[in-house]
Design a binder for this molecule. Structure first.
Ligand code: CUA
Length: 170
């Protein structure tokens, strides 16, 4: 079978390109352990009262460590306001009680999808002072643009009255 020289060239180039992509996938999975995000657990979205999500909020679990249990629904996060001291490590457990939402915190490396029935888990260190928006970034209906809250990172040394304060509001 005769194959034109230029066609041969393109067959070789595309074979090399696909092989390189496949090798990158394999190296990512085997060497660097890259995996698709998986839920940390499962809950019944219509029976959250039987779970830690019955009382959303923040709890201190170590000197600089906190856990946040948060629920998302059309169109709010609960709690919608969180305050944490500077340099705290916060692990978020978030679930949706109705439809798929998203969750991200501006200027921080957290960007997750909230699927009803799934518990999403992500950890963030807050090493800069300020007020940061937390946003739903998956379109979820006509109130999507209203679905946001704030995380305030305060300096515990500068404001002694806040030393033990971890406030949450619904
Ligand atoms: Cu919830 Cu967009």
């Amino acid at each position: 079978m005769h194959i034109d020289k230029r066609e041969q060239l393109w067959i070789i180039i595309s074979t090399i390109t696909l092989s390189a992509f496949f090798a990158a996938l394999l190296i990512g999975a085997v060497v660097f352990g890259v995996r698709l995000p998986e839920p940390d657990g499962f809950v019944n979205p219509s029976a959250l009262h039987n779970t830690p999500f019955a009382e959303p909020g923040i709890v201190q679990v170590g000197e600089n460590d906190y856990e946040v249990y948060m629920t998302a629904r059309m169109w709010a996060f609960t709690p919608s306001q969180i305050s944490v001291p500077l340099d705290s490590n916060v692990t978020f457990y978030i679930t949706s009680s109705d439809i798929t939402h998203g969750y991200m915190i501006e200027h921080h490396n957290i960007n997750i999808e909230l699927v009803p029935g799934h518990v999403a888990k992500a950890s963030v260190t807050f090493d800069g002072l300020g007020e940061f928006a937390m946003l739903c970034h998956e379109y979820c209906g006509r109130g999507h643009h209203l679905m946001w809250g704030t995380i305030t990172v305060f300096d515990p040394e500068a404001e002694p009255e806040n030393e033990t304060a971890m406030t949450t509001q619904e």
